[in-house]
Design a protein around this ligand. Structure first.
Ligand SMILES: [Zn+2]
Ligand SMILES: [Zn+2]
Length: 235
């Protein structure tokens, strides 16, 4: 599947079959930022997408991981080697990267704990070059800490276009958005509370899993989020 423009300067790169997993490329003042990588097979797909945009791998100046789960980070060490990019993750997930897997206690349910024992769910251990915190901006992308799916899960808001890259805070496999299996989250209560941190006023939504929402389609996201959280006026 070829990459797809989500907004000006934001492209979705499907990294596995049937659009299950997506990375995103974002053009900023400092070059390209890659948001998430994917499984071990993802770097080749992303390299092809960068070439398709008429850019070179060294134009990828930064890799930002929305969180430290294998389907987002397994190819990250290789991608950093191929690009020379600075690799950033929220400070609460940074300790998981050198573990090479989601550590014991990193999932709320038994299913998740079993998944993390499988070699397929492991990655080559590596460390981040930089850690992120809520409220900072990385080359035009504002960091919103949305803990719960993992302790350091982040959502990124592209300030130039109002595009929201939600990572695994919201999935879009079916007709409407939804949340992933609770057993795969670190803490379901915290995850659900973090939905309040997601902005409603966005122009496009890019999901790590599923199809993006753009144009009038964004109403689907707003309606779903509005039904999940009640907000005080102006909140
Ligand atoms: Zn995840
Ligand atoms: Zn994921």
């Amino acid at each position: 599947m070829p990459s797809e423009r989500v907004a000006a300067g934001v492209w979705r790169v499907p990294t596995s079959g049937r659009a299950r997993d997506n990375a995103f490329l974002v053009a900023g003042d400092e070059g390209l930022t890659l948001v998430d990588v994917g499984w071990a097979s993802a770097p080749g797909v992303i390299a092809a997408a960068v070439a398709e945009l008429g850019r070179e791998l060294r134009d990828v100046r930064r890799i930002v991981l929305t969180h430290a789960h294998p389907d987002h980070v397994q190819g990250a060490a290789e991608m950093r080697e191929r690009t020379g990019a600075e690799l950033a993750v929220h400070e609460a997930d940074a300790p998981w990267l050198p573990e090479g897997r989601v550590p014991r206690g990193g999932r709320s349910g038994t299913l998740g704990a079993i998944v993390d024992l499988l070699p397929k769910a492991h990655w080559r251990p590596f460390t981040a070059d930089r850690t992120l915190v809520d409220g900072e901006t990385v080359d035009g992308l504002a960091v919103i800490h949305t803990p719960g799916h993992s302790p350091g899960h982040i959502v990124l808001r592209h300030l130039a276009t109002g595009t929201l890259l939600v990572g695994d805070a919201v999935f879009h496999h079916g007709r409407t958005p939804g949340q992933g299996p609770g057993a795969l989250a670190a803490d379901v209560t915290t995850r659900d509370a973090s939905l309040r941190r997601l902005p409603l006023d966005v122009t496009a939504v890019g999901f790590a899993h599923g199809r993006p929402l753009t144009g009038d389609g964004v109403a689907t996201y707003r309606d779903w989020l509005g039904s999940k959280v009640t907000r005080t006026p102006g909140g």
